[in-house]
Design a protein around this ligand. Structure first.
Ligand SMILES: [Zn+2]
Length: 475
């Protein structure tokens, strides 16, 4: 099968609106694609589509192979660009061997995977039965995979086509859970002899709480909490505001506090000294860290000192970063936790969001419980939300064997075998459909999820060759 055919189908897909949660047009396109070719097609309640192509002559005894990707794309554009993702086709260019959308996301994640599956469905290659599964809303929480009912497909071997580095075979991913702590505090009167001071740490590099958790970057919330917990030992001090961080899956790049104290100049001096040390410590990983301390006006009521003390001590004690490395896949983070955000939505309440990941189910539970305990001891109410299962690497997998020997035969070298410390839909399928033998690979994409997303066309060529060979030689 030729990669130009895959590219042609992908170009059609770039004309179809398919923001997560609004995949109707893409779903209709897939249904029509199947109907035009007389292929069995079913759509479930959430909008997942499965198109089946029966085995070609002589291949009836080959076990069914499931191919899987997602219908939706992340819709991001440069500010000031007039592009309506609900109706406008994606504008792209072919430049120096890359297909690129300069002002928007390209949607090759995962439109190119979809196109490869459709090209196989359209081909008359000799192969066993294939079931092509197109999920919805992968990018916003894997709703399609969550909502899929067992029996939607029957094959026991799955190739996920939603990876971004050609030459790398993925055989595992992390599961995750968010652990939330709700603190209640007593608001007290502002001590009129005190002055207020705004402390701000910003410009951390942050990054993804899965992919970047092993980079040793500063968590600005941890840093600020460590400073405050020292300061609060001083009686003449009130905490008024404490907040920072953002999404659960991002490392906190920014944190701020408003405090009141008799001697704000003294606090400022100690803050600068403390931060000078921190900046030295993180010089390699966060070269652009900035911090300020400035007088400010604040009308909000301070926290009772005991409540403030419990909060900042818990935040300072909360683990952050890598907890354990994998014994099966070298260099893979197995378990980690991220202190993601602190926010004050209304007077008297503070919400802390943390997020744990692990490719091992028992370890995930253990670290989530450890973090919960830190906050429970400090008097917070704790809950675990948004749990999703991981996919534990199986180095003895049959489909891995098939993919590796095919790759060596075609390109004369070994592919890299990897697992990622982030979520993939495979984790959910593995748990729901039981005993699936799975692998994930795809062509090289860059700047995924951001304007300027690009697809390497040489890598597409290799990906299509490899996928075709695997599908036709699978037995
Ligand atoms: Zn994707």
């Amino acid at each position: 099968m030729d990669s130009s055919k895959v590219l042609e189908i992908f170009k059609e897909i770039t004309r179809i609106p398919r923001e997560s949660g609004h995949e109707e047009a893409m779903c209709a396109y897939l249904q029509k694609f199947a109907k035009d070719r007389n292929l069995a097609c079913k759509t479930d309640e959430v909008g997942n589509v499965c198109i089946t192509k029966e085995a070609s002559k002589g291949k009836e005894n080959v076990p069914a192979l499931v191919l899987q990707g997602h219908q939706d794309m992340v819709c991001e554009k440069r500010s000031g660009v007039a592009h309506d993702f609900s109706k406008d086709p994606i504008k792209y260019e072919i430049e120096d061997g890359w297909m690129v959308a300069k002002d928007t996301t390209l949607g090759a994640d995962d439109g190119i995977g979809d196109a490869a599956m459709l090209a196989l469905l359209d081909s008359d290659l000799p192969m066993g039965k294939i079931e092509c599964v197109f999920t919805v809303s992968e990018e916003t929480g894997m709703d399609g995979a969550f909502g899929m009912q067992p029996g939607f497909f029957t094959g026991k071997t799955m190739i996920n086509v939603d990876s971004e580095d050609e030459g790398q075979m993925f055989i595992g991913c992390a599961g995750g859970v968010d652990t939330l702590a709700h603190f209640k505090y007593q608001a007290v009167n502002f001590n009129k002899s005190y002055k207020t001071l705004h402390l701000h740490i910003f410009n951390g590099l942050g990054g993804h709480s899965g992919d970047d958790i092993n980079k040793g970057r500063m968590n600005t919330l941890s840093t600020l909490a460590k400073f405050l917990s020292k300061e609060l030992e001083n009686e003449e001090f009130q905490l008024i505001v404490l907040k920072g961080g953002g999404k659960p899956n991002a490392i906190a790049r920014e944190a701020e506090a408003v405090i009141a104290a008799v001697d704000v100049n003294g606090v400022e001096d100690r803050f600068f000294k403390f931060m000078e040390e921190a900046v030295k410590e993180y010089a390699e990983t966060d070269p652009d860290i900035k911090y300020t301390a400035a007088d400010c006006q604040c009308t909000e009521k301070p926290m009772d000192n005991k409540d403030a003390d419990a909060l900042v001590r818990a935040l300072a004690a909360c683990p952050h970063g890598v907890i354990a490395m994998s014994k099966d896949v070298s260099g893979l983070v197995e378990t980690s936790t991220n202190l993601a955000s602190v926010s004050m939505h209304q007077m008297g309440e503070v919400e802390v969001v943390t997020s744990q990941r692990s490719s091992d189910k028992a370890e995930l539970k253990e670290i989530a419980e450890k973090v919960a305990e830190v906050f429970r001891k400090a008097g917070a109410e704790v809950e675990h939300v948004s749990e999703y299962p991981g996919w534990k690497p199986n180095p003895k997998s049959h489909i891995l064997d098939v993919c590796v020997s095919s790759y060596k035969k075609l390109f004369g070298k070994e592919p890299e075998i990897k697992a990622i410390h982030a979520g993939l839909e495979c984790g959910l399928f593995g748990e729901k459909f039981g005993n699936l033998d799975m692998i994930s690979f795809g062509p090289t994409l860059r700047n995924v999820h951001t304007p300027g997303e690009r697809l390497d066309l040489d890598s597409l060529d290799k990906f299509v060759k490899h996928l075709t060979d695997v599908v036709t030689s699978f037995c």
